[in-house]
Design a protein around this ligand. Structure first.
Ligand code: NAP
Length: 295
């Protein structure tokens, strides 16, 4: 089994015989989805391989057609193909409609069905990690104008949060998002910048704080929020999972807050995709262990 396959492997059918699931992206060499899904497949005795397919922009329609001919069950789709995956599909779910893009494709009865498990995976992660229901709570979302942040904001509104405070360094990136969320969902939506004063004020009225900025991935990164506003009443979720404990999560833990990192988002979106393809429930503990052990 190679680390990476390309469109040439699909055209010439030089893939492993039982490769019927894949993650498609560009680049995709870093993706941990194969380890995670393979652990679940092996555990359930399902004789399939999950591979990485590096597809250049524009190669997706041909790849889907070849994958259908080769009997693929489905695939995950990541950057930069998520929008095109939606556009190439015959049927889309409500989740794709709401989030605008697809991350899961199911080839079924000659049709291409598109779903988005990122949103539902996030909610499952938050509810399980913190033993809460998202419905009715107040949330502060840091980095709401980024790619992950916009999807998280939409999903929080879909899941019935009462009030969502959207914070972003570049305020202009929130305008369209705020308008869209206000028009489609009942949640009360408020825009903020990212000053310490604005964020501190909001921490007094929220239960959940989600970091969707990229701050915290590197040791010398700035803090995404003032740490002295954190307290034991907070649930703090960092979408970052490497490092496993960012400075934000460390400060939150020391302040007595409950904390969790983005690994659970990754695992749960994968588990929901897995169920779509196989009809079986994977062992999420094993999936998590398969990617945690990679470092
Ligand atoms: P992105 O589109 O580049 O967005 C980055 C966000 O961080 C923007 O809101 C940006 O603000 C903010 N930011 C960056 N540098 C900043 C700084 N110096 N000060 C203040 N804000 C700053 O990235 P993304 O794809 O959304 O990813 C964001 C994070 O989510 C990453 O850490 C990624 O690893 C994580 N993530 C996790 C998962 C998972 O499954 N767990 C999935 C996706 C993403 P501006 O808009 O002002 O630039």
């Amino acid at each position: 089994m190679k680390h990476l396959y390309t469109i040439a492997d699909l055209r010439e059918n030089t893939l492993p015989k039982n490769a019927k699931l894949a993650v498609l992206g560009y680049p995709v060499a870093h993706s941990k989805s194969p380890q995670m899904h393979q652990a679940a497949l092996d555990d359930l005795g399902i004789d399939l391989s999950y591979i990485r397919l590096e597809l250049k922009p524009g190669e997706l329609p041909e790849a889907f057609s070849l994958m259908q001919k080769l009997g693929f069950h489905g695939c995950n789709v990541t950057i930069p193909h998520k929008l095109e995956a939606r556009e190439c599909s015959d049927v889309i779910t409500e989740s794709v409609e709401a989030l605008g893009v697809a991350n899961t494709i199911h080839f079924k009865n000659g049709n291409i069905l598109a779903d988005n498990t990122d949103g539902p995976g996030l909610i499952k992660a938050l509810e399980e990690d913190f033993s809460i229901s998202i419905s009715g709570i107040n949330v502060l979302l840091l980095g709401a104008g980024g790619g992950a942040g916009k999807a998280i904001a939409t999903q929080l509104a879909r899941a019935g949060c009462d009030t969502i405070y959207l914070s972003n360094r570049t305020a202009s990136k929130l305008e369209n998002l705020t308008t869209q969320l206000k028009s489609e969902y009942s949640a009360s939506i408020h825009e903020l910048g990212n000053s310490a004063e604005e964020i501190s004020e909001v921490t007094k009225v929220v239960q959940l704080i989600v970091n969707a900025t990229s701050l915290g991935m590197k040791p010398d990164d700035l803090a995404p929020m003032p740490f002295n506003s954190l307290g034991p009443q907070h649930l703090v979720y960092d979408a970052i999972y490497s490092p496993a404990e960012t400075e934000l999560l460390k400060a939150a833990r020391l302040a007595g807050a409950k904390t969790s990192n983005g690994l659970s988002m990754l695992v749960h979106q994968g588990a929901i995709s897995f169920e779509i393809w196989t009809g079986q429930t994977p062992n999420t503990g094993l999936m998590r262990a398969a990617i945690s052990s990679e470092g």
